[in-house]
Design a binder for this molecule. Structure first.
Ligand SMILES: [Zn+2]
Length: 262
């Protein structure tokens, strides 16, 4: 079931972790951002779009984690994009023959059988200097930052007042730092929140990858809340645990988080 959250922007919510697939209407069809999780629900979305005469003309993955890289044959063969760094990360992590089995092992067992991995991660990188999605529809600015995952992208649909934030600014998940690919996940996360704050001025709707859609008041409230959390994490480490590494501390705070992903 598609639900409109702004003119020409619709959401399809998954039962898995309140994951949001985002549909943006363009001139000749729709852009699909982070299509969903189980095969049935993505096929249902494909069916809804087909029945309303809206072919999928492009796809976009906000970041290189399995639950944002899925696709279904019924969506068709539109070009799929991510940031150049996201695409390079996917290529790197999925290049060996054992990659899909490794990904399958990360998926919660109760839905593992239902997640279609055939077309996992077949994305092309958008050159960083382009900074927008190449498609025939409202301009969608790519706000790339290094938090949560390499090449993570927020997407600003300026003329619709919508900010799509991937796995940032969720009201159901705590801030999840990227512990694999960065030397200073805390500072990277704070820098990313600053970037989001910088583009949030005219945003009426914030769409997280997991959780509730927020209104204008929620954009800044969620940024403030997540920043306070990350500050507390940083300060707690310095004050109470001079011998422990950031990594150990973060793994304690988010058990399993560092290996939950692709
Ligand atoms: Zn993620």
């Amino acid at each position: 079931m598609l639900r409109q959250v702004a003119e020409g922007v619709l959401i399809h919510e998954s039962e898995f972790l309140q994951s949001n697939a985002i549909v943006v209407q363009g001139r000749a069809g729709v852009l699909l951002i982070d299509p969903g999780v189980t095969g049935d629900e993505i096929a249902c979305l494909a069916n809804d779009l087909r029945e309303s005469g809206q072919p999928v003309v492009a796809g976009f993955s906000t970041h290189p984690h399995w639950d944002h890289l899925l696709w279904h044959a019924e969506l068709g063969a539109a070009p799929r994009y991510g940031t150049a760094r996201c695409a390079a990360t996917v290529r790197d992590r999925l290049s060996d023959p054992g990659a899909k089995a490794r990904v399958a092992a990360l998926i919660p067992p109760d839905i593992a059988e239902q997640v279609p991995l055939d077309l996992l991660g077949l994305i092309t990188g958008v050159p960083a200097e382009l900074a927008q999605i190449p498609w025939d529809g409202p301009r969608i600015r790519i706000v790339e930052h290094q938090a949560h995952a390499p090449g993570h992208a927020a997407l600003l649909i300026e003329e619709r007042g919508v900010l799509v934030v991937g796995d940032m600014l969720s009201d159901v998940l705590i801030p999840m730092l990227d512990l694999n690919a960065t030397a200073d996940p805390i500072e990277d996360y704070l820098a990313a929140l600053g970037l989001l704050e910088g583009v949030a001025g005219d945003v009426d709707v914030v769409v997280p990858g997991h959780g509730s859609i927020g209104g204008a008041d929620q954009v800044h409230a969620r940024i403030d809340q997540d920043r306070a959390y990350v500050h507390a994490l940083r300060d707690a480490d310095v004050a109470s645990d001079p011998s422990g590494s950031f990594l150990d501390k973060l793994i304690m705070v988010d058990p399993g988080g560092h290996r939950r992903y692709l």
